[in-house]
Design a protein around this ligand. Sequence first.
Ligand SMILES: Cc1ncc(COP(=O)(O)O)c(C=O)c1O
Length: 397
Amino acid sequence: MHPAVRPGGSDPVAAGSAPSRRSGVSPFYVMEIFGAAEARRAAGLPVYNLAAGQPSTPAPGAVRAAATAALKSDKIGYTAALGIPPLREAIAEHTRDWYGIDVPRRNVVVTTGSSGGFLTSFLAAFDVGDVVAMARPGYPAYRNILASLGCVVSEFECGPGMNFVPSVATLEALDPRPDGIILASPANPTGAMIGTDALAQIVFWCADRGVRLISDELYHGISYVGPAPTAWQFGREPIVVNSFSKYFSMTGWRLGWLLVPDELLDAVDRLAGNYAICPPALSQLAAVAAFQAYPELDQNVQRYRNNRGLLLNALPAIGLSRLAPADGAFYIYADVSDYTDDSLAWVRRVLLETGVALAPGLDFDTVAGNRFARLSFAGDTGEIEQAVEVLGRYLTR
Ligand SMILES: Cc1ncc(COP(=O)(O)O)c(C=O)c1O
Protein backbone atom coordinates (compact mmCIF):
# COMPACT_ATOMS: atom_id res chain seq x y z
CA MET A 1 0.00 0.00 0.00
CA HIS A 2 1.25 3.53 -0.80
CA PRO A 3 1.57 5.89 2.14
CA ALA A 4 -0.76 8.87 1.94
CA VAL A 5 0.46 12.33 2.96
CA ARG A 6 -1.67 14.48 5.24
CA PRO A 7 -2.66 17.70 3.48
CA GLY A 8 -0.39 20.50 4.71
CA GLY A 9 1.90 18.13 6.59
CA SER A 10 4.65 15.67 5.96
CA ASP A 11 3.58 12.80 8.25
CA PRO A 12 3.01 9.70 6.18
CA VAL A 13 -0.23 7.94 7.03
CA ALA A 14 -0.71 4.40 5.82
CA ALA A 15 -3.53 4.35 3.30
CA GLY A 16 -6.54 2.56 4.75
CA SER A 17 -5.62 3.41 8.35
CA ALA A 18 -8.52 5.82 8.77
CA PRO A 19 -11.86 4.43 9.94
CA SER A 20 -14.50 4.00 7.26
CA ARG A 21 -16.85 6.89 6.59
CA ARG A 22 -19.79 4.60 7.31
CA SER A 23 -18.58 4.13 10.90
CA GLY A 24 -18.88 7.85 11.68
CA VAL A 25 -22.18 7.44 13.55
CA SER A 26 -22.90 9.27 16.82
CA PRO A 27 -22.13 7.61 20.15
CA PHE A 28 -24.76 6.91 22.84
CA TYR A 29 -24.18 9.92 25.07
CA VAL A 30 -25.88 8.13 27.95
CA MET A 31 -22.88 5.75 28.11
CA GLU A 32 -20.76 8.68 29.28
CA ILE A 33 -23.32 9.31 32.04
CA PHE A 34 -23.15 5.62 33.02
CA GLY A 35 -19.35 5.83 33.22
CA ALA A 36 -19.49 8.95 35.38
CA ALA A 37 -22.17 7.38 37.61
CA GLU A 38 -20.02 4.27 38.11
CA ALA A 39 -16.99 6.41 38.94
CA ARG A 40 -19.07 8.25 41.56
CA ARG A 41 -20.24 4.97 43.04
CA ALA A 42 -16.66 3.66 43.18
CA ALA A 43 -15.70 6.85 45.05
CA GLY A 44 -18.38 6.09 47.65
CA LEU A 45 -20.73 8.88 46.51
CA PRO A 46 -24.49 8.31 46.22
CA VAL A 47 -25.91 7.39 42.80
CA TYR A 48 -29.59 7.14 41.82
CA ASN A 49 -29.65 5.49 38.43
CA LEU A 50 -32.58 6.60 36.31
CA ALA A 51 -30.55 6.31 33.12
CA ALA A 52 -30.53 2.54 32.62
CA GLY A 53 -32.69 1.21 29.81
CA GLN A 54 -32.94 -2.22 31.37
CA PRO A 55 -34.74 -4.07 34.16
CA SER A 56 -32.92 -4.18 37.50
CA THR A 57 -34.03 -7.82 37.88
CA PRO A 58 -32.15 -10.88 36.55
CA ALA A 59 -33.62 -13.39 34.10
CA PRO A 60 -36.54 -15.40 35.51
CA GLY A 61 -35.67 -18.33 37.78
CA ALA A 62 -36.84 -20.91 35.21
CA VAL A 63 -34.46 -19.47 32.61
CA ARG A 64 -31.49 -19.53 34.98
CA ALA A 65 -32.32 -23.13 35.98
CA ALA A 66 -32.57 -24.16 32.31
CA ALA A 67 -29.20 -22.51 31.61
CA THR A 68 -27.59 -24.40 34.49
CA ALA A 69 -29.05 -27.70 33.24
CA ALA A 70 -27.95 -26.98 29.66
CA LEU A 71 -24.38 -26.31 30.80
CA LYS A 72 -24.33 -29.79 32.33
CA SER A 73 -25.96 -31.68 29.47
CA ASP A 74 -25.33 -29.79 26.24
CA LYS A 75 -22.11 -29.12 24.41
CA ILE A 76 -23.21 -25.54 23.59
CA GLY A 77 -22.10 -25.68 19.98
CA TYR A 78 -23.33 -23.80 16.97
CA THR A 79 -27.05 -24.03 16.28
CA ALA A 80 -29.09 -23.54 13.11
CA ALA A 81 -28.69 -19.95 11.88
CA LEU A 82 -32.37 -19.16 12.44
CA GLY A 83 -32.48 -20.63 15.95
CA ILE A 84 -33.24 -23.97 17.61
CA PRO A 85 -36.63 -25.45 16.63
CA PRO A 86 -38.03 -25.69 20.22
CA LEU A 87 -37.40 -21.98 20.77
CA ARG A 88 -38.90 -20.99 17.42
CA GLU A 89 -41.92 -23.14 18.28
CA ALA A 90 -42.19 -21.61 21.79
CA ILE A 91 -42.13 -18.09 20.29
CA ALA A 92 -44.83 -19.09 17.77
CA GLU A 93 -46.95 -20.35 20.69
CA HIS A 94 -46.31 -17.17 22.65
CA THR A 95 -47.53 -15.20 19.64
CA ARG A 96 -50.69 -17.33 19.56
CA ASP A 97 -51.21 -16.85 23.33
CA TRP A 98 -50.74 -13.11 23.37
CA TYR A 99 -52.27 -12.00 20.08
CA GLY A 100 -54.48 -14.91 19.03
CA ILE A 101 -52.74 -15.31 15.65
CA ASP A 102 -51.25 -18.40 14.06
CA VAL A 103 -47.66 -17.88 13.02
CA PRO A 104 -45.91 -20.81 11.34
CA ARG A 105 -42.63 -21.71 12.99
CA ARG A 106 -40.76 -21.07 9.74
CA ASN A 107 -41.52 -17.33 9.98
CA VAL A 108 -40.00 -17.05 13.48
CA VAL A 109 -36.30 -16.21 13.37
CA VAL A 110 -34.18 -16.06 16.53
CA THR A 111 -31.57 -13.27 16.55
CA THR A 112 -28.71 -11.96 18.65
CA GLY A 113 -30.80 -9.43 20.56
CA SER A 114 -33.21 -7.31 18.60
CA SER A 115 -30.09 -5.33 17.68
CA GLY A 116 -28.90 -8.32 15.63
CA GLY A 117 -32.44 -8.56 14.27
CA PHE A 118 -32.31 -4.96 13.04
CA LEU A 119 -29.07 -5.60 11.21
CA THR A 120 -30.37 -8.74 9.51
CA SER A 121 -33.77 -7.32 8.66
CA PHE A 122 -32.45 -3.98 7.35
CA LEU A 123 -29.96 -5.85 5.18
CA ALA A 124 -32.65 -8.23 3.93
CA ALA A 125 -35.21 -5.51 3.19
CA PHE A 126 -33.22 -2.48 2.02
CA ASP A 127 -30.52 -1.62 -0.49
CA VAL A 128 -27.87 1.09 -0.32
CA GLY A 129 -29.58 4.39 -1.04
CA ASP A 130 -33.06 3.24 0.05
CA VAL A 131 -34.91 5.81 2.13
CA VAL A 132 -36.09 4.62 5.54
CA ALA A 133 -38.21 6.85 7.75
CA MET A 134 -38.23 6.94 11.55
CA ALA A 135 -39.77 9.07 14.25
CA ARG A 136 -37.91 11.84 16.01
CA PRO A 137 -37.55 11.35 18.99
CA GLY A 138 -36.76 7.69 18.52
CA TYR A 139 -34.36 4.91 19.40
CA PRO A 140 -31.00 6.13 18.03
CA ALA A 141 -29.61 2.76 16.89
CA TYR A 142 -32.17 2.65 14.03
CA ARG A 143 -30.65 5.80 12.59
CA ASN A 144 -27.08 4.72 13.19
CA ILE A 145 -27.41 1.15 11.88
CA LEU A 146 -29.29 2.33 8.78
CA ALA A 147 -26.77 5.09 8.08
CA SER A 148 -23.84 2.70 8.46
CA LEU A 149 -25.52 0.37 5.95
CA GLY A 150 -25.75 3.18 3.40
CA CYS A 151 -29.50 3.78 3.71
CA VAL A 152 -30.84 7.32 3.70
CA VAL A 153 -32.53 8.03 7.02
CA SER A 154 -35.50 10.35 6.84
CA GLU A 155 -36.59 11.49 10.29
CA PHE A 156 -40.07 12.86 10.82
CA GLU A 157 -41.15 15.05 13.69
CA CYS A 158 -43.18 13.11 16.26
CA GLY A 159 -43.04 15.43 19.25
CA PRO A 160 -45.41 16.91 21.82
CA GLY A 161 -47.57 18.51 19.09
CA MET A 162 -48.75 15.02 18.10
CA ASN A 163 -48.55 13.56 21.60
CA PHE A 164 -45.52 11.61 20.32
CA VAL A 165 -47.73 9.20 18.30
CA PRO A 166 -47.35 8.85 14.50
CA SER A 167 -50.38 8.22 12.28
CA VAL A 168 -51.16 7.51 8.64
CA ALA A 169 -51.39 11.29 8.12
CA THR A 170 -47.78 11.56 9.30
CA LEU A 171 -46.69 8.88 6.81
CA GLU A 172 -48.77 10.36 3.98
CA ALA A 173 -46.91 13.65 4.42
CA LEU A 174 -43.48 12.06 3.95
CA ASP A 175 -41.75 13.40 0.87
CA PRO A 176 -40.17 11.52 -0.79
CA ARG A 177 -42.26 8.45 0.00
CA PRO A 178 -39.81 6.14 1.81
CA ASP A 179 -38.93 2.54 0.93
CA GLY A 180 -39.32 1.58 4.56
CA ILE A 181 -40.63 2.89 7.88
CA ILE A 182 -39.59 1.83 11.34
CA LEU A 183 -42.02 2.40 14.20
CA ALA A 184 -41.91 1.35 17.85
CA SER A 185 -44.93 0.93 20.08
CA PRO A 186 -44.50 1.30 23.03
CA ALA A 187 -41.71 3.67 22.05
CA ASN A 188 -38.36 4.48 23.56
CA PRO A 189 -37.87 7.22 24.89
CA THR A 190 -41.51 8.35 25.17
CA GLY A 191 -43.52 5.26 26.15
CA ALA A 192 -46.09 6.42 23.55
CA MET A 193 -48.28 3.69 22.05
CA ILE A 194 -50.01 3.45 18.70
CA GLY A 195 -53.67 2.39 19.16
CA THR A 196 -55.07 -0.75 17.53
CA ASP A 197 -57.02 1.05 14.78
CA ALA A 198 -54.15 3.42 14.05
CA LEU A 199 -51.69 0.52 13.77
CA ALA A 200 -54.05 -1.37 11.44
CA GLN A 201 -54.31 1.74 9.22
CA ILE A 202 -50.52 2.08 9.16
CA VAL A 203 -50.02 -1.60 8.22
CA PHE A 204 -52.61 -1.30 5.40
CA TRP A 205 -51.15 2.01 4.17
CA CYS A 206 -47.66 0.49 3.99
CA ALA A 207 -48.87 -2.71 2.30
CA ASP A 208 -50.87 -0.80 -0.32
CA ARG A 209 -47.87 1.33 -1.23
CA GLY A 210 -45.14 -1.28 -1.09
CA VAL A 211 -43.48 0.46 1.86
CA ARG A 212 -41.78 -2.08 4.14
CA LEU A 213 -42.87 -1.56 7.76
CA ILE A 214 -40.47 -2.62 10.50
CA SER A 215 -42.50 -2.88 13.69
CA ASP A 216 -40.35 -2.70 16.83
CA GLU A 217 -42.41 -4.51 19.48
CA LEU A 218 -39.65 -4.73 22.05
CA TYR A 219 -41.65 -3.33 24.94
CA HIS A 220 -44.70 -5.52 24.45
CA GLY A 221 -45.82 -6.93 27.79
CA ILE A 222 -44.92 -3.65 29.52
CA SER A 223 -47.94 -1.40 29.03
CA TYR A 224 -50.27 0.41 31.40
CA VAL A 225 -53.26 1.17 29.16
CA GLY A 226 -54.04 -2.31 27.81
CA PRO A 227 -51.99 -4.73 25.70
CA ALA A 228 -50.20 -3.56 22.56
CA PRO A 229 -51.31 -5.13 19.25
CA THR A 230 -48.75 -6.71 16.93
CA ALA A 231 -48.47 -5.53 13.33
CA TRP A 232 -48.98 -9.15 12.22
CA GLN A 233 -52.59 -8.99 13.38
CA PHE A 234 -53.20 -6.79 10.32
CA GLY A 235 -50.94 -8.23 7.63
CA ARG A 236 -47.90 -10.38 6.95
CA GLU A 237 -45.90 -7.75 5.05
CA PRO A 238 -44.26 -6.06 8.06
CA ILE A 239 -41.11 -7.36 9.72
CA VAL A 240 -41.80 -7.64 13.45
CA VAL A 241 -38.82 -7.17 15.77
CA ASN A 242 -38.97 -8.41 19.36
CA SER A 243 -36.59 -9.42 22.12
CA PHE A 244 -36.07 -11.22 25.41
CA SER A 245 -34.40 -8.09 26.78
CA LYS A 246 -37.21 -6.07 28.32
CA TYR A 247 -40.38 -7.92 29.44
CA PHE A 248 -38.38 -11.13 29.84
CA SER A 249 -35.65 -9.26 31.77
CA MET A 250 -32.77 -10.85 29.82
CA THR A 251 -30.76 -7.97 28.34
CA GLY A 252 -27.31 -9.57 28.64
CA TRP A 253 -28.42 -12.89 27.18
CA ARG A 254 -28.50 -11.17 23.78
CA LEU A 255 -31.53 -12.85 22.35
CA GLY A 256 -34.32 -11.49 20.21
CA TRP A 257 -36.61 -12.65 17.44
CA LEU A 258 -38.16 -11.56 14.18
CA LEU A 259 -41.41 -12.44 12.45
CA VAL A 260 -40.27 -12.50 8.85
CA PRO A 261 -42.54 -12.38 5.79
CA ASP A 262 -42.20 -15.44 3.53
CA GLU A 263 -40.55 -13.51 0.68
CA LEU A 264 -37.65 -12.42 2.93
CA LEU A 265 -36.99 -15.74 4.67
CA ASP A 266 -34.26 -16.98 2.34
CA ALA A 267 -32.47 -13.64 2.45
CA VAL A 268 -32.61 -13.55 6.25
CA ASP A 269 -31.34 -17.15 6.45
CA ARG A 270 -28.33 -16.41 4.22
CA LEU A 271 -27.48 -13.17 6.00
CA ALA A 272 -27.94 -14.55 9.53
CA GLY A 273 -25.61 -17.49 8.85
CA ASN A 274 -22.93 -15.27 7.42
CA TYR A 275 -23.09 -12.43 9.93
CA ALA A 276 -23.35 -14.36 13.20
CA ILE A 277 -23.47 -18.12 12.36
CA CYS A 278 -26.18 -18.41 15.01
CA PRO A 279 -27.55 -16.61 18.07
CA PRO A 280 -25.94 -17.60 21.42
CA ALA A 281 -26.70 -21.29 21.98
CA LEU A 282 -26.81 -21.24 25.80
CA SER A 283 -29.23 -18.31 25.76
CA GLN A 284 -31.46 -20.09 23.26
CA LEU A 285 -31.59 -23.30 25.31
CA ALA A 286 -32.43 -21.32 28.43
CA ALA A 287 -34.97 -19.01 26.79
CA VAL A 288 -37.30 -21.90 25.97
CA ALA A 289 -38.18 -21.78 29.69
CA ALA A 290 -38.94 -18.04 29.63
CA PHE A 291 -42.53 -18.67 28.57
CA GLN A 292 -43.23 -20.51 31.85
CA ALA A 293 -42.33 -17.37 33.77
CA TYR A 294 -45.22 -14.98 33.02
CA PRO A 295 -46.29 -14.72 36.73
CA GLU A 296 -42.76 -13.74 37.82
CA LEU A 297 -42.41 -11.32 34.90
CA ASP A 298 -45.81 -9.76 35.53
CA GLN A 299 -44.60 -8.93 39.04
CA ASN A 300 -41.81 -6.91 37.44
CA VAL A 301 -44.40 -5.09 35.34
CA GLN A 302 -46.40 -4.37 38.52
CA ARG A 303 -43.28 -2.77 40.01
CA TYR A 304 -42.82 -0.65 36.86
CA ARG A 305 -46.47 0.36 37.16
CA ASN A 306 -45.96 1.47 40.78
CA ASN A 307 -42.75 3.33 39.91
CA ARG A 308 -44.51 5.03 37.00
CA GLY A 309 -47.40 6.13 39.26
CA LEU A 310 -44.92 7.45 41.79
CA LEU A 311 -43.06 9.53 39.18
CA LEU A 312 -46.19 10.80 37.41
CA ASN A 313 -47.43 12.06 40.80
CA ALA A 314 -44.17 13.50 42.04
CA LEU A 315 -42.56 15.05 38.94
CA PRO A 316 -45.03 17.93 38.40
CA ALA A 317 -44.54 18.97 42.03
CA ILE A 318 -40.78 19.34 41.49
CA GLY A 319 -41.12 21.36 38.30
CA LEU A 320 -41.30 18.67 35.60
CA SER A 321 -44.86 18.77 34.33
CA ARG A 322 -44.53 18.44 30.56
CA LEU A 323 -44.21 14.68 30.12
CA ALA A 324 -44.67 12.29 27.19
CA PRO A 325 -47.48 9.70 27.60
CA ALA A 326 -45.53 6.81 29.29
CA ASP A 327 -48.34 4.44 28.27
CA GLY A 328 -45.85 1.60 27.96
CA ALA A 329 -42.13 0.71 28.35
CA PHE A 330 -40.41 2.08 31.46
CA TYR A 331 -39.50 5.63 30.56
CA ILE A 332 -40.73 9.15 31.15
CA TYR A 333 -39.55 11.67 28.57
CA ALA A 334 -39.63 15.05 30.26
CA ASP A 335 -39.38 18.55 28.82
CA VAL A 336 -36.55 20.16 30.82
CA SER A 337 -36.39 23.38 28.79
CA ASP A 338 -37.15 25.47 31.92
CA TYR A 339 -33.69 24.44 33.10
CA THR A 340 -31.54 24.06 30.01
CA ASP A 341 -31.14 24.21 26.25
CA ASP A 342 -28.26 21.70 26.38
CA SER A 343 -29.55 18.36 27.68
CA LEU A 344 -26.15 16.65 27.75
CA ALA A 345 -24.51 19.42 29.79
CA TRP A 346 -27.57 19.47 32.06
CA VAL A 347 -27.62 15.72 32.82
CA ARG A 348 -23.87 15.89 33.48
CA ARG A 349 -24.47 18.72 35.98
CA VAL A 350 -27.45 16.97 37.60
CA LEU A 351 -25.33 13.86 38.13
CA LEU A 352 -22.44 15.87 39.56
CA GLU A 353 -24.61 17.88 41.95
CA THR A 354 -27.23 15.30 42.99
CA GLY A 355 -26.07 11.80 42.02
CA VAL A 356 -29.19 11.32 39.84
CA ALA A 357 -28.27 9.78 36.48
CA LEU A 358 -30.59 10.63 33.55
CA ALA A 359 -30.38 10.07 29.80
CA PRO A 360 -30.03 13.24 27.68
CA GLY A 361 -32.75 13.87 25.09
CA LEU A 362 -29.96 14.51 22.59
CA ASP A 363 -29.51 10.74 22.28
CA PHE A 364 -33.02 10.39 20.86
CA ASP A 365 -33.56 13.61 18.96
CA THR A 366 -30.81 15.58 17.28
CA VAL A 367 -33.14 18.54 16.65
CA ALA A 368 -35.27 19.15 19.78
CA GLY A 369 -33.57 16.66 22.15
CA ASN A 370 -31.61 19.37 23.95
CA ARG A 371 -34.87 20.34 25.65
CA PHE A 372 -35.60 16.84 27.01
CA ALA A 373 -34.28 14.19 29.38
CA ARG A 374 -35.38 10.57 29.81
CA LEU A 375 -36.03 9.08 33.24
CA SER A 376 -36.12 5.28 33.46
CA PHE A 377 -38.35 3.69 36.08
CA ALA A 378 -37.17 0.11 35.52
CA GLY A 379 -35.21 0.14 38.77
CA ASP A 380 -35.78 -0.19 42.46
CA THR A 381 -38.74 1.77 43.93
CA GLY A 382 -36.74 3.00 46.93
CA GLU A 383 -33.98 4.36 44.68
CA ILE A 384 -36.55 6.16 42.52
CA GLU A 385 -38.15 7.74 45.62
CA GLN A 386 -34.76 9.00 46.77
CA ALA A 387 -33.96 10.26 43.26
CA VAL A 388 -37.16 12.33 43.19
CA GLU A 389 -36.34 13.82 46.58
CA VAL A 390 -32.80 14.95 45.70
CA LEU A 391 -33.80 16.05 42.20
CA GLY A 392 -36.69 18.02 43.71
CA ARG A 393 -34.35 19.82 46.12
CA TYR A 394 -32.02 20.63 43.21
CA LEU A 395 -34.71 21.91 40.84
CA THR A 396 -36.67 23.91 43.37
CA ARG A 397 -33.78 25.43 45.29
C1 LIG B 1 -36.88 0.53 21.14
C2 LIG B 1 -35.71 -0.38 21.30
N1 LIG B 1 -35.44 -1.25 20.32
C3 LIG B 1 -34.37 -2.08 20.41
C4 LIG B 1 -33.52 -2.08 21.51
C5 LIG B 1 -32.34 -3.05 21.54
O1 LIG B 1 -32.55 -4.09 22.45
P1 LIG B 1 -31.86 -5.55 22.40
O2 LIG B 1 -30.83 -5.54 21.36
O3 LIG B 1 -31.32 -5.76 23.78
O4 LIG B 1 -32.97 -6.51 22.08
C6 LIG B 1 -33.77 -1.18 22.56
C7 LIG B 1 -32.88 -1.14 23.73
O5 LIG B 1 -32.98 -0.33 24.60
C8 LIG B 1 -34.90 -0.32 22.44
O6 LIG B 1 -35.19 0.56 23.40
